[in-house]
Design a protein around this ligand. Structure first.
Ligand code: FAD
Ligand code: AMP
Length: 483
């Protein structure tokens, strides 16, 4: 390919494909280079998120949630079902169909917006050139006025538990077990470990989660993290904190198992599993991405070094999404993609990194935005808190789904909302209301004075806002908790 493009994007995940579409919308001649191909050598668009991340995991979480509902929770409604069975092959086929639909949708969007899709591995050369090595080995170079690197991330592997894609798998393998494992080990009690552990636990696996740290979900608000651990434990996840995995041994010929060794305090322990998921985090994909002299540098953790606006140190070269600093979240990368596209055309678009929602799609969901109570305490800020439990929500009770709470934190003096932390039904969608409120600089009183429909789960957010100043109606008000 000898064409010149105004923008070349490397990677078609949620950061890359959104950047490419926005650039094309803004009138720039845009190409998107993607290395991933299926077994027929057809380009697979959508990156981790669509192919092996957000979407397939949510498909399995929804299937397994419906299974648990039918098996354990229909009876209270007077519905009897007889024995409820799961056909794993059908569940996986449904997931694959959704993935196919969405990745095909990106191809359609590229066509509709005039983005040229280029198959191959992209490497940034000096002078804003991108070398592309196609799956058939052919090499070409594309000239660009601007390059956007959106190469994403991949699972971290650890020497004590090397992935064999049979017994020991990463998150991708855990989306495709062909049967429910009897005993499943999960290394890492992070978002991915908890979501995938939940899927297979709901379907009947005995799940043990081994986490090296002593604190559960340390980045989350501690009160919500404590409730999350309680609820997940009640659902059957055996979450063991302070357990660092030190080794693993696969044995057996026909029916393989893995024996995992781990340190619990000073004690060495072992556990035997049928399958083991390694979910210890993700690392930026920067292998063979940057040619010497291209001017793009990595930071000390291996992420591409960028400024607040995702510009690298090479003029005209940007990087967005998981390959740069910040939370590894699809929506964060997409917003960065839009920001870069718009800044290339001279707009002053910026991202408010303080207002990025974060969700764990367990049931109930766990969602947050803004600062946690412990962060505010450590910073010596004066804050006030309103908490409303879902057990006092008519809508949650009607849905037989009343575990959890909404916690809203506001500045003591200005009443400005500083953070919202929710564990509860539809927490992901509820927290979004507070993301908008925070973007608009709302006070808790603004939310308290807003009319919320009845009966809705949103009323719990309203009540938490009322509770901030001791005015909740549907719970007794504690003396406003102020620091
Ligand atoms: P990626 O999606 O990783 O895409 C990068 C793309 O670039 C890939 O297609 C790759 O093949 C391609 N590429 C890499 N290098 C090159 C190269 N040199 N040349 C050409 N192509 C290249 N996030 C959420 O926000 N919500 C969730 O619910 C959620 N759930 C998740 C569940 C799981 C199991 C996992 C694994 C992740 C989940 N994530 C979730 C994280 C989310 O998937 C990532 O944050 C997101 O995909 C990052 O987007 P990206 O575009 O930066 O990179
Ligand atoms: P996250 O980065 O949120 O996906 O979470 C990954 C989790 O894996 C972190 O909480 C780590 O502490 C944990 N972890 C990393 N290595 C090990 C290990 N060897 N044994 C147990 N847990 C680990």
């Amino acid at each position: 390919m000898s064409d010149k493009f105004e923008v070349v994007v490397i990677g078609s995940g949620p950061a890359g494909y959104v950047a490419a579409i926005r650039c094309a919308q803004l009138g720039m001649k845009t190409a998107c280079v993607e290395q991933w191909v299926d077994d027929k050598q057809k380009t697979l668009l959508g990156g981790t998120c669509l192919n092996v991340g957000c979407i397939p995991s949510k498909a399995l979480l929804d299937s397994s949630h419906k299974f648990v509902e039918a098996k354990d929770h229909f009876d209270v409604h007077g519905i009897s079902t007889g024995k409820v069975n799961i056909d794993v092959a059908t569940m996986l086929a449904r997931k694959d169909k959704i993935v196919g639909q969405l990745t095909g949708g990106i191809a359609g969007l590229f066509k509709a917006n005039g983005v040229t899709s280029v198959q191959g591995h992209g490497k940034v050369l000096a002078g804003k050139k991108v070398e592309v090595t196609a799956a058939d080995g052919s090499v070409s170079t594309i000239d660009a006025e601007h390059v956007i690197i959106a190469a994403g991330s991949q699972p971290i592997d650890i020497p004590p538990a090397p992935i064999d894609n049979d017994v020991i798998v990463d998150s991708t393998g855990a989306l495709a077990f062909d049967a429910v494992p009897k005993r499943l080990g999960v290394i890492g009690a992070g978002v991915i470990g908890l979501e995938l552990g939940s899927v297979w636990s709901r379907l009947g696996a005995e799940v043990v989660v081994l986490e090296a740290l002593d604190d559960f979900l340390p980045a989350m608000d501690a009160q919500i993290a404590k409730e999350t651990k309680k609820v997940l434990t009640k659902q059957g996840l055996d979450i063991r904190m302070g357990c660092r995995v030190t080794g693993s041994e696969v044995s057996g010929a026909k029916k393989k198992t893995v024996t995992v060794s781990y340190m619990s305090g000073d004690e060495e322990k072992t556990e035997k599993f049928d399958k083991l998921i390694v979910a210890v985090g993700r690392k930026p994909s920067s292998k063979n991405l940057l040619a010497p002299g291209c001017g793009v540098n990595l930071d000390e953790r291996g992420y591409i070094f960028v400024d607040d606006y995702c510009a690298t140190e090479a003029p005209g070269v940007y990087a967005v999404g998981d390959v740069v600093r910040g939370p590894m979240l699809a929506h964060k990368g997409s917003e960065e993609g839009v920001m870069v596209a718009e800044r290339i055309t001279g707009k002053k678009t910026a991202i408010n990194y303080d207002c990025i929602p974060n969700v764990i799609y367990t049931h109930p969901e766990v969602a947050s935005v803004g600062q946690t109570e412990q962060q505010l305490k450590a910073a010596g800020e004066d804050y006030k808190i309103g908490v409303f439990p879902f057990v006092a929500s008519g809508r949650a009770l009607a849905a037989n789904d009343s575990d959890g709470m909404v916690k809203l934190i506001a500045d003591s003096k200005t009443d400005r909302i500083l953070g919202c932390h929710i564990i509860g039904p539809s927490a992901a969608d509820l927290v979004q209301q507070m993301v908008i409120a925070m973007e608009f600089g709302s006070s808790s009183e603004d939310i308290a004075l807003t009319v919320f429909g009845h009966p809705t789960l949103s009323e719990a957010v309203h009540e938490a806002a009322l509770a901030v100043n001791g005015h909740a109606i549907h719970i007794p008000n504690k003396k406003a908790r102020k620091k």
